[in-house]
Design a protein around this ligand. Sequence first.
Ligand SMILES: [Zn+2]
Length: 312
Amino acid sequence: MVTLCSAARPLASLLRRHVLRRAWSPRIVPARRCNLLACSSKYVLSQIHPMWQEPLAIPGGDRQSPIDIAVRKSVFDSELKPLVYDYDPQTCQQIWNNGYSFLVEYDDTTDKSTLKGGPLQDTFRLCQFHFHWGESNAWGSEHTVDRRLFPAELHLVHWNADRYSLFEEAVMEDNGLAVIGVFLKVGKRHEGLQKLVDALPAIRHKDSVVEFTRFDPACLLPANTDDYWTYHGSLTTPPLTESVSWMVMKQHIEVSHDQLAVFRSLLFTSAEEDVQRSMVNNFRVQQSLCSRTVRSSFSPFLQEADADQHAH
Ligand SMILES: [Zn+2]
């Protein structure tokens, strides 16, 4: 998504979150254990999320996201520098189930957690990260690479603090946002992610917010952040504004099937709703590249030659 938080946090939503944050108490209330078999009829997989069922005020532009990244059509740009990220785990504040994904939100009132370098001219502040995932491991990512789908995709959302004074302002403007995308594959358990996974049962329902602190988002980046694709695109949730410099990492991270299963145990629905819907398939359909170029910070051809040499 890049995201609802994002997507121009309406004032009402901000206020509601503020209230929820205040209402939240550190007292641990044991959740009723749900026997999935016994109550499975109450839980259905969502076909189409309500967000996409209503007519959208789509900007109708030709810079929409997500897209398929065709590796051989991407253009190597030797001017693309490595990304420079400097995240302060102390700025981590809370996790919020917004009814479409869960957002890990950061204090972005100062330049404590920032991203610069890469294709960026300015300094961008981290405001939140979230994921998109599928109901099975066969799909779930928003971007694809040569049509290859991944089970999930992480988005770290930053806004341009050099040019704008608020996220809400930056989200509507050109060069307002910078989003890092990281593909997730299923493999071994991700130790850094586990602290987050452990917190998710507390925000199972839509609109739940809990305090979540001292989480270093850098632990979710792949070992190699020098190799990435970049292009100009949009938010992947309403208002779909074309304000995003995307940086999609070439290297994926690995998480376990069990960790993704906890993502899938979240709900699109609030506790009051009669029919509960599993939070899965929360990705936008792919958009046309139109006349855009995807640039890469690395040369795929050089790397192929390297690989050949190693193979022989
Ligand atoms: Zn996203």
